[in-house]
Design a protein around this ligand. Structure first.
Ligand SMILES: Cc1cc2nc3c(=O)[nH]c(=O)nc-3n(C[C@H](O)[C@H](O)[C@H](O)COP(=O)(O)OP(=O)(O)OC[C@H]3O[C@@H](n4cnc5c(N)ncnc54)[C@H](O)[C@@H]3O)c2cc1C
Length: 433
């Protein structure tokens, strides 16, 4: 039985195969196609949605790891990385070459293939997703053919939900490694909702409890390479994450308390959250960005995250926070707010528009359905598109209406997977046949 990270998705694939080389992947796809089975590549299983679920064949890419080469120009370097490499491994391999990803991705566990398929993003007005860094892709298509994706098709393939093939290797644009100072600070919620907050720092995010007037913020600024302070690479990064615990407050203790309170006496949660927000204080750390932003989650949870047009971020967040408070749906994890630039990928939720991301998380063990469903209603009404890795009630009709280049994606899909070998029911639910 396969289970995702949150425990909310499970499946029993007919077979799980772990090919060792490119021809092994081709053989798996051909054999499954002959037998009328579907094929689903699977990464680290960190998606909350059912995209990796199948009763067909799971292709485990864990033998496809590591950086295989560097290229590009001195001022525009690139690396080639195999799709089963985790982001944590990629960060470290890049650091050894004095390189780094531009996208501020804080989670180490996802694989490159999985993160690209769903359009994994961080937070910064000008910092695009991992998909935005793709300059080349090699995959095995639905007929088992090894293909280098043509430049004209790249915006279909850089965020593809795994619908076009099994990605084996990506060439990514990277930047010279640098160091950043990360500051975590409590700020009034209304200050955080003002547009200036999101452009004041290259990497910036916030999190707010519905009942609290104070948001927990985090931002990163570059520091000079000769800064000789010792790196603070966060021995206990989880304590400092806005995503999961509270910045500079009582960290993991506070979160554990929140979850316990929530399960025993939900009516105490808002009071507890307000107290935790008041306790938050300013802290900072500095070092390589992937280390100081790193935040392994302290508890497991379910999540829905939506991409709103940036101008709708403040109203969407205000309405969502009020709805959760009014309907007594507040939980022990804050609502997370982030931003990103327009993405070129035809199916990226931030396609074609500067975006404000809003994520609602519900700790495992708490009834998540009423909270997530309330969030869907509000965020949809603000022209939101759900993150492909998150839980939602999104349908193929919604995709057709919300993504202007969906016709181009269909054309590329018809070319790469004409027989729909990769089309599982969860995929068909959001993309259609
Ligand atoms: C605690 C936590 C924190 C998170 N934080 C963030 C965040 O900050 N920002 C964000 O954007 N997302 C975040 N996510 C979601 C996360 O980005 C995605 O779930 C993750 O990137 C998917 O990678 P994976 O390796 O786990 O893929 P899986 O979940 O295993 O698969 C996801 C999809 O990718 C496809 N796929 C996998 N490998 C390949 C391949 N080689 N070729 C083609 N298709 C493939 C699968 O078929 C499936 O459709 C978070 C998730 C968790 C659990």
């Amino acid at each position: 039985m396969w289970t995702n990270w949150s425990g909310g998705q499970q499946c029993r694939p007919t077979a799980t195969v772990r090919p060792l080389d490119d021809s092994g992947v081709s053989a798996v796809v051909r054999r499954a196609a002959e037998r009328g089975q579907t094929v689903r590549p699977v990464g680290s299983g960190h998606s909350f949605s059912g995209l990796a679920v199948t009763d067909g064949v799971h292709v485990d890419l864990s033998a496809f790891r590591g950086v295989t080469g560097t290229g590009g120009a001195p001022n525009r370097p690139t690396v080639r990385v195999r799709a089963g490499t985790t982001l944590g491994e990629l960060h470290e391999e890049l650091a050894r070459r004095d390189l780094a990803l531009e996208a501020p991705l804080e989670l180490a566990a996802p694989t490159v293939g999985g993160a690209l398929a769903v359009g994994m993003h961080g937070s910064g007005a000008a910092r695009g997703s991992l998909s935005a860094a793709v300059v080349g892709l090699r995959l095995v298509d639905g007929r088992g053919r090894l293909r280098d994706v043509a430049v004209a098709d790249l915006d279909g393939a850089r965020t593809s939900l795994g619908a076009l093939g099994v990605v084996l290797e990506a060439e990514l644009a990277v930047v010279r490694a640098g160091r950043v100072r990360v500051t975590r600070e409590p700020r009034p919620v209304e200050e955080v909702l003002a547009p200036d907050f999101w452009t004041a720092h290259p990497v910036v995010e916030a999190a707010a409890f519905p009942s609290a007037g104070t948001a927990l913020t985090r931002w990163a600024e570059p520091v000079a390479p000769h800064d000789d302070e010792d790196d603070d690479t966060d021995d206990d990064a989880g304590e400092r994450s806005l995503g999961v615990t509270v910045a500079g407050a009582t960290g993991r203790t506070a979160l554990g308390g929140a979850v316990v309170v929530e399960r025993a006496l939900p009516s105490l949660v808002p009071r507890f959250n307000r107290a935790v927000s008041r306790l938050a204080r300013t802290v900072s750390a500095h070092g390589p960005m992937h280390r100081v932003l790193s935040s392994p989650p302290a508890v497991r949870y379910e999540q829905t995250e939506w991409a709103l047009p940036r101008h709708a971020l403040a109203d969407g967040a205000r309405e969502l926070l009020a709805a959760l408070a009014d309907d007594h749906l507040e939980v022990g994890l804050p609502v997370r707010l982030r931003v990103g630039p327009p993405e070129s990928a035809w199916l990226h939720p931030a396609h074609g528009r500067a975006t404000g991301w809003i994520a609602v998380r519900v700790p495992r063990g708490t009834d998540h359905a009423p909270v997530l469903e309330r969030a869907w209603r509000v965020l949809r009404d603000h022209d939101g598109r759900p993150h492909w890795a998150s839980r939602s009630d999104w349908t193929a009709d919604d995709t057709a209406a919300a993504y202007p280049r969906v016709g181009d994606f269909r054309r590329v899909r018809d070319d790469y997977d004409p027989d729909r070998v990769f089309a599982t029911p969860p995929l068909a639910a959001v993309l259609g046949d």
